[in-house]
Design a protein around this ligand. Structure first.
Ligand code: MN
Length: 446
């Protein structure tokens, strides 16, 4: 595991003033990656790193490096990583592994510090975030969605199966299903309310139409870095070296479609119409100061040996705050602030990222660079920490009143769902994941 190093120093300052503003998501200690270009242009997408309110154009920085303008700022490994990050997806950078990622981070950190020798060269590679448009960070080959919050699993299970909320395998297996990658889009991509079949419990037969119980799921997205060969397994000790970083994920869900279709093979059309990702991926190294011990209540089954490691017990968790808000069409028209629906934390997870990676590969399944995992809806144990509306409204039975007086049981057309994430701990600099959002459009007439 990568160790804390000079890039994490909480007092580090950048020559870029906006990176030093209290509360910024993107101080010099963060340095997350995205794919971007200038909004409204037909430029090629290329990798970028966020710093303050700017993006470092990594294709431009790579050109500067190739022209010799960066002197000895970059090691050989960092230069290889920079060339990979300059491409139109981050897959190649992700495939390089932690040594290269870390070398590039160190080079960027040194070049961005107050007093750095190469300030003017790097400053010439900056694009304002307000001028940037984003693409997905990677070509996502495969997408697996886990179900790692026991609070969510219990809340949902109680609605679908009141007598038997938590199935017996839950405490033994990091439960997941294979999702669809083609309909994952980056923040800002809106989508129409989906159609399919639904059947009310007391109805004789199903009906076809637009879903009426559209929901969000507040999740952490996990990007796989280096993959594994088919037939090989990734052990707990190696698991995190295969993870590039984390982002925000909204796994949109149509609850009425889900209720009718989910047995026996799991979610299908209720999930595959849209998922939304934040543009920025925060690297595992940037997240080091916010790692936490992972524990399992003594009264619960302890993991089988292949899902145990000392490292995982000591620091397998992430103290990562997660927030979901809604901005209705009415709020937008009246200029009102969005309403917070939930505030949770990735530390509520019953399973760690390492356990997800190891379990996914224990049968020999091969992961590939750019594969995406979802953590599952990351609900916490108390009121206010629900990560989905179905939990908040008890399956639609207890509508929620928003700050402007509007009422919701599920999402309505025009609702924009916003997600944010950040890590903030004493002794470390606060870092954030930026903001992502997407708006529900009316169903397409069918
Ligand atoms: Mn989900």
């Amino acid at each position: 595991m990568t160790q804390l190093n000079e890039t994490h120093g909480p007092s580090l300052q950048s020559w870029l003033n906006s990176a030093n503003v209290e509360g910024t998501d993107f101080p010099i200690q963060n340095l997350p990656f995205a794919e971007f270009r200038r909004a409204g242009s037909d430029e090629a997408f290329r990798g970028g790193v966020a710093i303050g309110d700017q993006v470092i154009d990594l294709a431009a920085l790579n050109n500067a490096y190739l022209q010799g303008s960066l002197g000895d700022l970059l090691t050989a490994e960092a230069a290889i990583a920079l060339a990979a990050a300059a491409q139109s997806s981050l897959n190649e950078l992700m495939s390089l592994g932690p040594v290269h990622w870390s070398a590039l981070r160190l080079g960027l950190s040194r070049g961005l510090r107050a007093g750095a020798a190469h300030e003017s060269v790097i400053a010439a590679c900056l694009v304002a975030q307000s001028d940037a448009a984003y693409a997905l960070p990677a070509r996502i080959g495969d997408y697996t969605d886990f179900y790692a919050s026991i609070h969510h699993a219990t809340n949902i299970g109680r609605l679908f199966r009141p007598d038997n909320p938590l199935l017996p395998n839950y405490q033994w297996i990091p439960i997941g299903y294979h999702g669809r990658s083609s309909s994952i889009n980056v923040s800002g991509a809106d989508f129409p309310r989906p159609h399919s079949q639904m059947k009310a419990p007391d109805a004789e037969k199903p009906v076809y139409g637009p879903c009426k119980r559209l929901d969000y799921e507040l999740e952490v997205g996990i990007f796989i870095g280096q993959g594994n060969a088919q037939g090989q397994t990734v052990t707990m000790d190696d698991a995190e070296a295969h993870v590039f970083g984390l982002c925000l994920l909204n796994d949109w869900s149509a609850r009425d479609i889900q209720a009718w279709e989910y047995q026996p093979l799991g979610p299908f059309l209720s999930k595959n119409f849209a998922s939304t990702l934040s543009p920025w991926v925060v690297t595992m190294e940037a997240l080091l100061p916010y790692r936490s011990a992972w524990t399992r209540p003594e009264t619960d089954p302890q993991p089988l040996d292949y899902l145990e490691s000392a490292q995982n017990r000591a620091a397998g968790g992430f103290d990562m705050q997660l927030e979901v808000l809604v901005e209705t069409a009415q709020m937008r028209e009246q200029g009102l602030a969005p309403h917070r629906l939930g505030l949770s934390n990735f530390d509520y997870s019953y399973w760690t990222v390492a356990q997800m990676v190891t379990h996914h590969t224990v049968n020999g399944c091969n992961l590939q660079a750019g594969d995406l995992f979802g953590s599952g809806t990351m609900s916490g144990p108390h009121a206010g920490s629900e990560g989905a509306m179905i939990e908040l409204t008890k399956g639609g039975k207890e509508p929620v009143t928003l700050s402007n007086g509007e009422v919701r049981t599920f999402l309505e057309d025009g609702d924009r769902v916003i997600m944010r994430g950040w890590c903030d701990r004493a002794g470390a600099k606060r870092i954030g994941f930026g903001e992502m959002s997407s708006t529900i459009l009316p169903a397409i007439k069918a």
